[in-house]
Design a protein around this ligand. Structure first.
Ligand SMILES: Nc1ncnc2c1ncn2[C@@H]1O[C@H](COP(=O)(O)OP(=O)(O)OP(=O)(O)O)[C@@H](O)[C@H]1O
Length: 257
């Protein structure tokens, strides 16, 4: 595969909720090795775009392809990891260790009640190591900080060895000090492991230092170089203003891939 390989593509997509036109002629290519930051005001269609990419809803017009196949035909979902804004809504009493939570990422592959093989167990340990959480392997996830929990959810997504990782506002509920190290982890996964990343975020100021491209969505989509986006204070102002009204919901429980 070359660097120009396209892992996912949205072509001229339109989407409506009843008569409300939410996405208008939106096109997007996720090239292998890229780290795309997707920003936009509340209600601008970001989650709708992700739901289309994951094949959860169908576009009214246009096409969605993933790994070269129409999303409606696509079966190899282990190639796609998904991390939502878990840290803000996670039940701190949840009785599972870091190891157990990460091993859940393999169930799609091995079946819910199958025992993990030695090789599977090694994959779980490797995924935990990739996010730097080895020393917490036996700890209950509810005892960890928001930033640590999000690392564990990334490990759970990584254990099935995806090529594309989609993150929906993963830093909501993560303390400010941990956000930087969280982005450094993402950058490392992108640059060292070649993982392609699509990140929905409102952290416009921090995000631009790590991503390779910024997409601004507000019914239509526009692309920017991160530096160009960072310099445009008007744009930053608009997007920052929306931080305070972020939803705290956890909308993707149904797609634990
Ligand atoms: N199931 C639905 N039925 C009707 N309207 C919907 C539905 N889901 C979303 N919408 C509306 O469609 C628009 C786009 O919603 P979407 O959740 O994609 O935006 P978003 O950019 O992800 O917003 P946020 O940043 O607040 O999460 C919003 O106006 C929203 O109210």
């Amino acid at each position: 595969m070359t660097n120009q390989t396209i892992l996912a593509e949205i072509k001229d997509v339109h989407f409506y909720y009843e008569d409300r036109h939410v996405l208008e002629n939106v096109s997007l290519q996720l090239k292998k090795g890229s780290f795309l930051g997707l920003v936009g005001p509340n209600g601008s269609g970001k989650s709708t775009l992700i739901r289309l990419l994951l094949g959860l809803i169908k576009p009214v017009g246009g096409q969605v392809e993933i790994f070269g196949e129409r999303v409606s035909q696509f079966q190899r979902w282990h190639k796609v990891g998904f991390v939502s804004q878990k840290a803000s809504s996670f039940n701190s009493g949840f009785p599972a260790t870091v190891y157990e939570v990460v091993s859940m990422g393999l169930y799609g592959k091995v079946g819910l009640f199958r025992f993990l093989t030695k090789k599977d167990k090694q994959k779980v340990h490797d995924a935990i190591a990739q996010v730097g959480m080895e020393e917490y392997t036996k700890q209950n996830i509810g005892e960890l900080s928001g930033g640590q929990q999000q690392r564990v959810f990334i490990a759970r997504a990584l254990v099935s060895e995806p090529e594309l990782l989609i993150l929906d506002e993963p830093t909501v509920g993560v303390d400010v000090a941990s956000v930087k190290t969280f982005y450094e982890l993402l950058k490392n996964l992108n640059e060292q492991k070649g993982l392609t990343l699509l990140l929905i975020t409102h952290d416009t100021g921090v995000m631009t230092k790590y991503v390779t491209e910024v997409a601004c969505l507000n019914k239509t989509i526009h692309f920017h170089e991160p530096k160009e986006f960072e310099k445009n204070q008007d744009m930053l102002h608009v997007y920052r203003n929306n931080e305070s009204t972020l939803k705290q919901s956890n909308r993707y429980e149904e797609v634990q891939v």
